[in-house]
Write a protein that binds this ligand. Sequence first.
Ligand code: BGC
Length: 370
Amino acid sequence: MNKLAIIALAGALAGCTAADKAGVVEKKPFGTTKYGEKATLYKLAGKDGLEMEVTDDGGKIVRLLVPDAKGEKIDVTIGFDSPAGWEKTDAYFGAIIGRYGNRIAEGKFTLDGKDCKVPVNDKAHAAALHGGDRGWDAYVWKAETFTKGDDVGIVFTKDFPDGEQGFPGAVKAKVTYTIAPGNVWRIEYEATTDKPTPLNLTQHVYFNMNGEGTILDQELMIAASKYLPVDKNLAPAGAPASVEGTPFDFRTFHKVGERIDAPDTVLQYGPGYDHNWCLDGEGFRKAAEFRGKARAVEVWTDQPGIQFYAGNFIDNTWKMKDGKPMCRRGWLALETQHYPDSPNRPGFPSTILRPGETYKTKTEYRFKAL
Ligand code: BGC
């Protein structure tokens, strides 16, 4: 037997080549939600090393293991050991967000002349946030795993009734996560409705590309020449404004901590980054990149905006999986989406889905070694 064959055989016997491990590697019970729904945990492994633990409870990411150049993997996200962990916090860690991601000011809007009211669950900012009292993150979805060529993934589907949280229209939703070659996590959203309704879906995953410490010395780029100034309730204060000369200019890489506490009134409302950037260009394009010491994530999307939230409200007393403590600004979220409060802003790109149309959007988190 030649040397190569011996190495291949040894790898096969040990069951430890990257390709051997790729696929849906585990499925097990994950506890029960406060609504009495039973959750399941799935472990997916991509052929190039990216591993994901995900639950059908809100499509929440539990672990994301990202390799460096030597193949050493670290977990770059926040998750918990069971649904109860999320229920003790209010930060939507790693969840599918719907029916309307981000804020709707005062929880009201007028659609085709009809006044609609949704719960003001973000009381501090007098707004409906991430879908209301019970958003799409807080339901167990139907889940089906798949492998297709070198792709491995999971499809979540769920029907939401007309009047859900006050929103008009029964919506059929489908969210597909795929781990594709090159350590790409692709998210595809699809939805239809039977009445006009606002729809703004996103994924609320958080990242710390070093897997520890704060994100303040990690570097961020956002491909946006404009951002949305906000008022003290984090609602858009008007039209998009230029980032030029402001702490919101991330067109070239800056450390997150470099200007996060700058004396800029709009920034201080965060307090710190918790704003929408209006992405340059159109179509599926690179929107952002976040770099740690040995790993980075690129964000690609077809959406007009991205909410960069620097984890300003993460509570130092919260604990995640394995009892690991969390800290303020220890992770950030780069949520691809439409602009906040769009249902009340005729000048912003529309978020209204109408019967007969199919909502279809795509975002990719592309992980790479540095
Ligand atoms: C919002 C923050 C909020 C966080 C967790 C982000 O999308 O912009 O203000 O605290 O989600 O809910």
